[in-house]
Structure formats: C-alpha cells, structure tokens
Design a protein around this ligand. Structure first.
Ligand SMILES: Cc1ncc(COP(=O)(O)O)c(C=O)c1O
Length: 392
C-alpha cells in the first residue's frame, strides 16, 4: 500500500471494455483475473439475474434447495468428464479447493484407512490464498517462507512420472491426494505440461490408492481449448474444482465435483461420516442463475470455435517473438504469454499498455493475455501489439 500507484476507478464496463471515471477506455486483456469470459454487462446474463432477483436472491442450502442450484448441478455433471456425478457448491475457487482437500482426507478416514492426511502437488502450482491451499502452492514462490510453522508441510514434485512414482512408493501411506492444475499452471507463471503426464498421473494415483484432484478453476470453461483441460488427457479425476469462469465473473461461486466412489464413502448412519462443510452462501441463487445463463451462451454460440480462432491469432502474433529481455513467447488455448528474463524487463509495461488503450497486469516475470472470448480480431491484435511494442 505504501508503494502501489492509486488504483484506477471504473465507472462502467461493457463487452471487452472497461470505462474509467476519467473517460479512458481500456480493453480488458485478462478478463478480470480470467473470469469475465463473455466480457462485461452481457444482456442475457443480466436478464437471468433480474428474473431470479424477482423471485429471491439467496436462501441457505441446508435443508432447503432451489431450481437454479439443482439445474446447475445437473448441467455440471453433464458437461464435466464422465463419472463426476456429485456437486458441492461454495463461494470461491480457494474454498472449492479447501473442500476438495477435506473431502480427500475424510474419504480415507471414512473407508477405515488412517494416516493419509498429506498432499502431493506440483512445483509452481497455485490453488488459492486460504491456508490449506496455500500449503499445496509452490513452496518457493508461494510465500511458504512467510508462514513457516503455520502451513502444513506437503510433498512437491515436477511433472515427471518417475518422480511421482518414487514419491508414492515411499509415502503413499501418508498421501490422500495429488492436486494439480491440469496442463496449464496459471498464477505460478503460466507453465504448460503435456497431457501424457496427467494421464500417467491418473494411473499412478489409482495404483497407489491416492486420489486425483483436478483444479480447473483457471483452466475450466475453455481456456485451454477444450471445455476442461482434463479432456485432453482423457481422464476423469476423483475430484474436480471449478470457479472463476463458472459465473462468467458475475458473482463468486465454485463447484467441487466428485465421483460416486468418493461420494458414497460419506453416506452413513451418523454425522461422523458426513461432509461437514456449510458455507453461508453455498449455492447462491443469483450466482447459480448467472452460471446457467453463461453456460447456455457458451454452448449455443460456439465458444470453442471462438477460442480456436483466438488461439490462431495469438500464435500468429506472439510465437517466435524476440526482443531484449524476452525469454520466450508461448501460447496455449486462449492464453498468450511473453516470459521475460526477470521482472525488471517488463517494468512500466502496464502504463505503456494503458496509453495504448489496453489493460494488462503482469506478474512475476510474465506479461500475458487471457482475453474475454468475445474479443474481436482487431482488439486482440491491438492487445498483442501493445505487449510487443513495449519491448521494442
Ligand atoms: C488454479 C486456481 N485455483 C484456485 C484459485 C483461487 O480462486 P479464488 O481466487 O476464486 O479463491 C485460483 C485463482 O487464481 C486459481 O488460478
């Protein structure tokens, strides 16, 4: 707070544009931290919300239920990989992942297996900012040093099946689940790994009785080119978490999906076996209505086609880009990344891009775009142009 420039005040946002109070217009090239997949102020999502608001905005989801939550749960079961048949709603990606971790630990307890209370995850991963999920985020960049002694200690590997097998051979008796962002690690620096690692990881997890948690909070809803990144590896994880694009950035909502195997272990005669987690705003009716409207638009308006086109343009614009301080330019799905040798090489790019009408927000040593899928070709080329021109 002492050193940051004052934030820019937004007066309005529509389509891919953010309008500032001082009259400036900016193309939002990062979809408000990757969630505003249809841009802003979408008339169909607006009317879905208005319609739901006339009925009610929120009721507790304990002992009560409602159509938007039930419909959305059914839709998520329909569109996610086969076998994820049960849905738990919470209010953010971090909490959705906390839910997944608690589910994994209790799954083994409920099955009479003690001692499996730890997690394996990938270096350079990111799963949110609450305590449990921080412990499985990158141990170097993930601020573990600040919270040493507070965060539980977990196991970390690179995306290598040999490393994974060695870890499982030695520690599978302690590990409840392997948690990862499938194929694309976002906030840990936009690193990609091949689907073969994920499909191999799924096999090793089954072999060593470790659950697989796929954190699709960032990758879900098309960002890697398919509806979910897990599809590219042809796997069904035991638990999958969705957030961000789920409500197209309108309201906080996450969904933690589980297989019958996981779900059935929580059925029993006493509370001991039940999954005791009850966020106040779980299954918020407005959030579920926004998510249903968003999904309808996604499917009816050929969004996977739009994403494929974004991918082509990003490749044309960014692949092979060279300039002083640039380590590599890479593209995956609807993400375009310029990685620099270190942060100092992109210092000032945010102001530069703003002067060209583009909203960027680099972090670590990466400058990136993850645009709303409705972005036009001209707007996307303008975003890439601003990214590249800065380095020239
Ligand atoms: C892969 C992943 N998981 C979880 C989260 C946390 O989501 P939220 O910020 O909604 O708590 C994020 C947020 O960036 C994320 O990228």
């Amino acid at each position: 707070m002492q050193t940051m420039p004052p934030p820019l005040k937004v007066a309005n946002a529509k389509g891919v544009k953010i309008y500032l109070e001082d009259g400036q217009e900016l193309i939002d090239s990062i979809s408000s931290w990757w969630c505003a997949i249809h841009g802003y102020n979408h008339p169909k999502i607006n009317s879905a919300l208005e319609e739901q608001m006339q009925k009610f905005s929120h009721v507790m989801l304990g002992g009560l239920t409602h159509e938007p939550a039930e419909k959305l749960a059914n839709e998520l079961v329909r569109i996610t990989p086969h076998g994820l048949n049960h849905v738990f709603f919470a209010d953010s990606g971090s909490v959705g992942m906390e839910v997944a971790m608690k589910m994994a630990v209790q799954f083994f307890k409920n099955n009479g297996i003690d001692g499996k209370t730890k997690f394996a995850s990938l270096y350079r991963g990111y799963h949110g900012d609450t305590t449990g999920v921080m412990s499985i985020g990158d141990p170097e960049e993930g601020m573990h040093h600040l919270f040493k002694g507070f965060l539980p200690k977990q196991f970390f590997i690179h995306p290598s099946l040999q490393e994974m097998e060695k870890l499982f051979e030695e520690h599978n008796g302690e590990i409840a689940a392997f948690a990862c962002e499938p194929l694309l690690q976002g906030a840990g620096g936009f690193n990609f790994y091949p689907p073969e690692f994920l499909s191999g990881a799924k096999k090793l997890c089954s072999q060593y009785n470790v659950l697989l948690i796929a954190d699709e909070v960032a990758t879900g809803f098309g960002r890697t080119g398919t509806m979910f990144a897990c599809e590219q590896a042809g796997i069904t994880p035991d638990i999958m978490v969705l957030g961000k694009g789920l409500t197209a950035g309108y309201l906080g909502l996450s969904a933690t999906l589980a297989t019958d195997n996981v779900y059935n272990s929580f059925l029993g005669e006493s509370y001991e076996k039940a999954f005791m987690h009850g966020p106040t705003f779980m299954g918020n009716a407005l959030a579920c209505s926004a998510a249903l409207a968003s999904l309808k638009i996604f499917e009816r308006e050929n969004y996977l086609g739009k994403i494929a086109r974004i991918n082509e343009i990003l490749k044309e614009e960014l692949l092979g880009f060279e300039a002083k301080g640039v380590k590599e330019a890479r593209v995956f799905g609807a993400c375009g990344i310029i990685e620099t040798l270190n942060e100092s090489y992109h210092s000032g790019i945010q102001e530069f891009a703003r002067s060209r009408g583009v909203w960027l927000r680099p972090f670590l040593n990466v400058v990136y775009t993850m645009p709303p899928y409705i972005i036009s070709e001209e707007e996307l080329r303008k975003v890439c142009g601003a990214m590249k021109e800065f380095f020239k």
